[in-house]
Design a protein around this ligand. Structure first.
Ligand code: URA
Ligand code: SF4
Length: 231
């Protein structure tokens, strides 16, 4: 690497550090690309804010002009081991600006609490951040645009130990469009190096309460794996 690249890398590194950061390390570790291992909770929170801030009026996909009130970003504990990914905001989420706060969200809260966790322990996000009109499924182009713009980067910042996808849109966004939720659920898959447990969407459970037992089986596997990881 030449001197100019070294300097640019260092400047990038420095601008990513929390306020008040004093550099005392070895230049080699600071200058090498991809070695920014600064992962304090506060730092992740700031990184998420920097990711979301430029997108509050996002117009990158057609959902920008189809009746959304606001962009609904991921929310929760940025230092979590466990991240949930849903499809996209519904009416309540679009009104309140928070993910999973409507009826399906209340069921998700119950699921989380049954796992002996709280919503504050986990991070909850969606594939698309703007409400699709009439709560239709996001179109492939919408999911594709938004996941590259935000979801993939949220995952990169948070580095959860496990991701639980809720429903078909979320599992397909992370594992591929050909994946079928009924086949994929119940076993761990990989997104990059992160274990992914696909399960049914809570909105599906509201229509099909019998499927709750499958979700509970899946969540027990998540809990076991978290325990193995010492979480
Ligand atoms: N359904 C989702 O997929 N996400 C939400 O945030 C709410 C309902
Ligand atoms: Fe932007 Fe995502 Fe909203 Fe589309 S859904 S406008 S990509 S924030």
């Amino acid at each position: 690497m030449n001197k100019k690249d070294h300097l640019l890398n260092f400047l990038t590194f420095a601008t990513q550090q929390p306020q008040g950061f004093v550099y005392r390390g070895s230049p080699a570790s600071a200058l090498a690309p991809g070695t920014n291992k600064q992962t304090s909770p506060d730092h992740k929170k700031k990184q998420l804010e920097s990711l979301f801030m430029p997108c509050v009026h996002c117009t990158a996909c057609p959902l920008a002009t189809q009746g959304r009130n606001q962009v609904v970003f991921g929310h929760g504990n940025s230092n979590t081991q466990l991240m949930f990914v849903g499809e996209g905001p519904g009416r309540d989420e679009d009104e309140q600006g928070l993910p999973f706060v409507g009826r399906a969200g209340q069921l998700l809260t119950k699921i989380i609490e049954a796992m002996k966790l709280t919503r504050e322990d986990v991070y909850i996000s969606n594939v698309v951040k703007c409400r699709p009109p009439g709560n239709r499924t996001p179109l492939p182009h919408e999911s594709d645009t938004c996941k590259k713009l935000l979801l993939f980067k949220e995952i990169e910042i948070i580095q959860p130990k496990i991701i639980c996808t809720l429903g078909a849109t979320a599992v397909q966004a992370l594992l591929g469009d050909e994946v079928k939720i009924t086949h994929a659920r119940g076993t761990f898959h990989l997104y990059n190096t992160i274990p992914v447990m696909p399960t049914y969407h809570p909105a599906y459970l509201l229509r099909n309460p019998d499927a709750k037992r499958f979700v509970w089986e899946d969540m027990k596997k998540v809990m076991e794996r978290l325990k193995e990881l010492g979480a």
